[in-house]
Every structure is written in structure tokens, then in C-alpha cells.
Design a protein around this ligand. Structure first.
Ligand SMILES: C[S@@+](CC[C@H](N)C(=O)[O-])C[C@H]1O[C@@H](n2cnc3c(N)ncnc32)[C@H](O)[C@@H]1O
Length: 281
């Protein structure tokens, strides 16, 4: 696991009243920190406060490394994610690294994409920290399936469209389509579905929803690399998604959103700062 050096960190100076409102970050503690979906502007003040104090940062592949500039120059930066062909370290190995660093008296930041507790194994890491008696705090982040969609002009709720929204992941721990998802219940009860980690299986997901009764002309969007300069927004329909049409030029990570809120994208997407590409199906 290579260490990463980022030159010239910029110290973040908070106004005194805000600085006093920040929780203490004692040596020997681990903070699980959400880095948001990609745009460094979506990092919270609490995350910036933690990064500025950290002695060691363990970060994932979906973290925008620009954010590491908030750390001190002498802070250790360790990549623990998955990259091209290389397997990521096991969860137990990452937890062991965090515990060892904390026991060495470091302030440790575990920096994860989006929100640490949304389909990011943050809760598993927190359980490991609790089991080892390591003091920890979670610092929530903007999750891709809500903030990332907003940046693409898709609100996850609108009073005239949906009174509920369901976040789901297509994967279970085996890496395949989760057998625990009840597609009939999702189809009948969830007007808006937000699917994480569904890129590879998008046709299968669409098929399951069609089989469960969702209409083929229901609007769908695939939002890739949300909030980054590489953001892509493809609007299509469930029927076309089942045939994997319209998504040839899209690269993950991506969120798939199914439901009436997608129809708002042409209007609200115009106002979104980071919405460079919308492909109409
Ligand atoms: C392991 S999950 C982590 C989710 C993260 N904890 C969060 O709250 O956003 C990774 C999945 O999140 C989604 N994702 C994360 N960042 C994204 C982005 N910038 N644009 C689109 N999807 C993203 C994709 O579905 C990706 O496969």
C-alpha cells in the first residue's frame, strides 16, 4: 500500500466561533469521514477540520485526492482502495491498520467516498473499532445517490412526484445481484429507486423491475461521476435500460435512478453548475 505525498497543503482556518463548535479530535482516535461524491466543495467543515488535524489518512479510490490538500504536509496519506486490476485490502486488514495507527497515538482519518455509512462498509469498520476499544467518531458526508443526483438536476423527492425514495445496492457481499432484494415490493412500494453499484448489472435490474410491473416507458437516468468535471447524465427509459441502450459511452462510478423525478432533469439540470453532458435517449 503506497503512501501518497501531496505538495503544499493549504491550512484551513475556521472563524473562532466555528472552530470552537468542532468536536475534539484526540490522539489515539479514528474518525470515519465522508468525502462526498467528488466535488471538493462538498466536503463538510467537520471533515476539513478532521483532515487538518490528522496524523494519518487512509483513503479509498472514490475519494477526490484534491481533498488531501487539506491535511498537513507531514500527515501520512495511505491509499487502501481498489485500483486497476489490484485487489483492495480486506476489511479486516483496513481495520487493523486503523487500530494500529490509533494505538500509536495518531489522530487517524478514514476517508471514504460519499457518506461512510451509505453502502460504504463504514459501519463494518466502526464495528471493528468498537470491538477493539478504539475511540471513534463518524463524520457524515454528502452521498452520491442524493447530492450527486441533485448536482445532475434530479431531486430525489418532489412533492408532486414521490412521498418516498428507496436507496438500494445491486450488490451483496458476494459481488452478485443481491438475493435479498424483493423486486415486487420495491416495484409496488417505491416510486423512486436510487441504485448504487448497479452499473454492471443495470440491464438485469431493469429486467427485474419490468417483470415486477414497472412500465417500460418509466424515466430512468444514469448519472456517472456526479459532481466532477467528468459528470455524465444519460436519460432513458426502463425498457431501453434493459437492453443496455444509450449507455455505451458511460463509465462508472454511476448511480441509476428510476422514477418520475428524472423528468425534472431537463429543467433543473440547467441550473446545476456541474452538469456538462446530458444525453437524451
Ligand atoms: C461503494 S459505494 C460507496 C457509496 C458512498 N459511500 C456514497 O455515500 O456515495 C460506490 C458506489 O457509489 C456510487 N458513486 C459514488 N460516487 C459517485 C459519483 N461521483 N457519481 C456517481 N456514482 C457514484 C456508485 O454507484 C458507486 O458504484
Amino acid at each position: 500500500m503506497p503512501s501518497h505525498e501531496t505538495p503544499s497543503p493549504t491550512p484551513l482556518v475556521l472563524p473562532p466561533a466555528l472552530a470552537r463548535a468542532m468536536p475534539p479530535f484526540p490522539p489515539g482516535a479514528v474518525w470515519l469521514v465522508g468525502a462526498g461524491p467528488g466535488d471538493p466543495g462538498l466536503v463538510t467543515l467537520q471533515a476539513a477540520h478532521a483532515l487538518a488535524q490528522a496524523d494519518a489518512i487512509y483513503f479509498d479510490a472514490l475519494v477526490n485526492e484534491e481533498v488531501l490538500r487539506l491535511a498537513r504536509g507531514d500527515c501520512e496519506r495511505v491509499f487502501v482502495g481498489k485500483r486497476a486490476g489490484c485487489p483492495s485490502p480486506k476489511q479486516s486488514e483496513i481495520t487493523a491498520l486503523l487500530v494500529t495507527a490509533a494505538r500509536a497515538g495518531k489522530r487517524v482519518v478514514r476517508l471514504k467516498g460519499g457518506d461512510p455509512y451509505v453502502f460504504g462498509r463504514g459501519a463494518e469498520e466502526a464495528q471493528g473499532l468498537v470491538a477493539s476499544g478504539t475511540p471513534f467518531r463518524v463524520s457524515p458526508g454528502v452521498t452520491a445517490g442524493i447530492g450527486g443526483l441533485a448536482a445532475a438536476g434530479i431531486p430525489v423527492t418532489h412533492r408532486d412526484v414521490n412521498q418516498s425514495v428507496t436507496l438500494l445496492t445491486a450488490h451483496d457481499a458476494s459481488g452478485g445481484l443481491s438475493q435479498r432484494l424483493d423486486w415486487a415490493a420495491l416495484s409496488a412500494g417505491s416510486p423512486v429507486l436510487v441504485v448504487y453499484m448497479g452499473f454492471r448489472l443495470m440491464d438485469v435490474i431493469a429486467d427485474r423491475l419490468l417483470d415486477a410491473g414497472r412500465p417500460a416507458d418509466e424515466p430512468v437516468a444514469v448519472v456517472a461521476n456526479a459532481t466532477t468535471p467528468r459528470q455524465q447524465v444519460v436519460r432513458t427509459t426502463l425498457g431501453r435500460l434493459a437492453a443496455r441502450l444509450d449507455v455505451d459511452n458511460v463509465a462508472p462510478p454511476a448511480i441509476i435512478v428510476v422514477g418520475g423525478v428524472v423528468a425534472l432533469a431537463p429543467v433543473l439540470g440547467l441550473a446545476a453548475a456541474a452538469a456538462p453532458e446530458v444525453v437524451e435517449a
